[in-house]
Design a protein around this ligand. Structure first.
Ligand code: NI
Length: 139
């Protein structure tokens, strides 16, 4: 048996605003920079979902990648793509729309359905811009 890690990339475009409602726009800008702009803005995000598992000796793969992709699209991408993270996304309600929080929320959405494929979720990585990305490996 051999343990391997398999990563699927998906993309989505979404709007958000980082802000604490009790703070002024200036205070929010100090904390969150451009991402606190009051009238929203968007990012072209990349999501990398890594699963791990034993390579099936007869099939030569960890898990059927098509199934993994369908889970990610149904549970995550369909809810985020061309949406407003703050307003439209059920699993982000009441959560500050940072990349860190998004990665944690996506982990929580995917953990169980990925396990049902026979693999284990290993990492949720989100690239917000060319220069910034977050990785979450569970707690
Ligand atoms: Ni932003």
């Amino acid at each position: 048996m051999a343990l391997a890690y398999l990563t699927r990339r998906e993309r989505f475009s979404a709007a958000h605003r980082l802000f604490k409602p009790e703070l002024s726009d200036t205070e929010n800008f100090d904390l969150f920079g451009q991402c606190s702009h009051p009238n929203w803005h968007g990012h072209n995000y990349e999501l990398f979902v890594t699963v791990k598992g034993q390579v099936n000796p007869s099939l030569g793969y960890v898990v059927n990648l098509k199934k993994v992709s369908e889970i990610i699209r149904e549970k995550v991408i369909s809810k985020l793509d061309h949406k407003n993270v703050n307003l439209d996304v059920d699993f982000m309600q009441g959560i500050l729309a940072t990349t860190e929080n998004l990665a944690i929320a996506i982990w929580r959405v995917l953990e169980k359905p990925i396990r049902e494929t026979g693999a284990e979720l290993h990492c949720v990585k989100i690239k917000e811009t060319e220069n910034n990305f977050v990785e979450y490996y569970g707690d």
